[in-house]
Design a protein around this ligand. Sequence first.
Ligand SMILES: [Zn+2]
Length: 420
Amino acid sequence: MNERRASRQLGKQINSKLILNLIKAGPISRAEIAAESGLSAATVSNLTSELIAEGLIRESGVGETTRGRPPVMLSLNSNARFVVGVKVMPDSLVAVVTDLDAEVVAQRVFKDLGEQVHRSGTLDTTPTAIVEKVAMLVEEVIRDAGINRSDLLGVGLGLAGFIDSNAGVCRYSPFFGWRDVNLAAPLTSALGLDVYLENDVNSLTIAEQWFGHGRGYEHFVVVTVGRGIGVGFVLNGRFYAGHQGGVGELGHVTVVPDGPKCGCGRRGCLEMMASDRALIQAARDAIADGKPTVLTDSDDITVKMLVAAAEQGDDLACSLIAESGRWLGVGLAMIVNLLNPELIIVAGEGVEAGDLRFDSMREALSEGQFDSLGTDTKLVVESSGDMMWARGAACVVLSEFFRSPLHRGRPSAIPLGGTG
Ligand SMILES: [Zn+2]
């Protein structure tokens, strides 16, 4: 292709994506598209005809007008294409198929990943074993959805750790112990579909921007608390990926220099003070020390059990949960002092500890804020299940599809504005 033709082609793709995004934001007429995009009426007419021919958009009735013929409105055909999202956890996999509006049309859970690999002898968490299971689950969920494979845009994979999404490589997975593992390439060849890898907290953040609490916000963060602690950022209306994808390791910020040793090799990371794992460890230690409590068995303690004990008035459970919340608040105050976001969304399985954890978190947050920073910051606690995370992984593919070629090479989402 000669240079002039190539640049004409790129210009056309950019304009086409621009139009598609305007239509995605809600029914709109060709004249309104021309006015909002600055494109000529002829260009809008040509490109919308092509989008209709591709099945991506449709004419959806007529709009209102004060004079003349009412304009024909154009809408996104949300069932025109589909994406798959998979949340990969150490013990389970959750997969969904969604349409272009990120609405789930099929879902599958593979619960006993840990058990299955244990039964086969040693714990097989080699990339090969995990890729094989992910591929199997993806095939099943595609079958469940009853869609044409040719309508699939790709598969998004959400995984904890340091993920280089441009390269499709997991640089470091604390749960699987992987270093520099390319997951996208073997999955692409196993499935014959494009595969996008993203850090799980980042994919949840993209989901919040697309269809969650973050919609319409220019500056927000998603803090997740569970086994670990992470944070995802949307700054100036754009998802922030960091250099080579390394971003948001809030859990490994040192808060107690001589504190307990963390899995990352250092001491006193926030994760060792505020995560579910830390909370459970603190309960075990207290029971072993013979502290008075209704909790007896220290081996199988869960956050649920601690919450139940606290609700019965168990002092130890109450104070341990409040303490973990206090440390979480210390972490949130750091974010507020650095970024002053409009909104903080707290999500993850750790939210099941409820107000016991979050009252002390709010208190520590307000104590740790610099001057009046954060006084306007909204705080939302969201109980997002595994399905939301898998939907987030699907949104990684959607954001890639709707992104302008101008911004290719960046690993994530574009703001869509008023989608509902
Ligand atoms: Zn650490």
